[in-house]
Design a protein around this ligand. Sequence first.
Ligand SMILES: C[S@@+](CC[C@H](N)C(=O)[O-])C[C@H]1O[C@@H](n2cnc3c(N)ncnc32)[C@H](O)[C@@H]1O
Length: 272
Amino acid sequence: MVTNRAAEDTLDVEDAERIRLLEQCELHRMDAELLFDRIGLEHGWAALDLGCGPLGVLDILAERVGSSGAVVGLDRDSRMLEAAAASLPARGLPGVALLRGEATATGLPGHSFDLVHERLLLSDIRRAADAVAEMIRLARPGGYVALQDKDVISWTCEPSHPAWDRLKAAVVAVADGDPYIGRRLPGLLRDAGLVDVEVDVHAHLWRPTESYRTVLLRLAAMNRDRILAAGALTGSELDECLRDLEAHLASPDTIVLCWTLFQAWGRRPLSA
Ligand SMILES: C[S@@+](CC[C@H](N)C(=O)[O-])C[C@H]1O[C@@H](n2cnc3c(N)ncnc32)[C@H](O)[C@@H]1O
């Protein structure tokens, strides 16, 4: 895994985004394992990871369902799927089916999966409720729909810094989806008719050695054009914020708290 900033500077935006998402998989790996323990994911299940990116939870699902189960990963971005196709066999997991498609209209047959899962997709898209409806359509009666998504309420640093506040506000303002969606996940499932809905949350510190500590800098740089077009910051203000915050985050005395990862899961009623 590449975490070196200088190395990233030589990569294009898509490469840098794939690397960021693979780091994110490691960050939330234990949270995902706990979620699947609580759901009781077993050998033989058919599972779908919607918006799987370059890995998502495909490796965890494939290990858990084994050769008698089936795992499908779906994403709209073919470069993400190419990365997944390259990495899964290298992890000893060749049997995952990868499909290009749209989360709100997958074209897959209904009632096909024991578990339909998404992580950090709903916060990335405008039509989150439509994606949830599609997930429920794909679950078999009695099957599970599981959502893992962020709520940036806890994404902060201590001591606070004006550059953090300005950059976080700028990144949040240009997001396609709702960066505070985490708290809404159980309500989305209940409103769509799921039963036995449960919720949990996870929070993490980013320590000085962890590259995700500076993810706000990377997201602000990746979204530079959108931030400038939105008019919240000028180019020189953005550069100054990036410089100031990089120095602040470099101090081992600065605490950086991750966004809150909400998990909500429930079952499609047997009669539906
Ligand atoms: C933030 S990434 C999360 C990736 C992965 N789920 C994980 O947790 O590492 C969001 C992913 O959703 C995909 N995506 C965004 N909008 C989508 C849509 N409307 N339909 C399908 N995939 C979509 C993106 O291409 C990207 O791979």
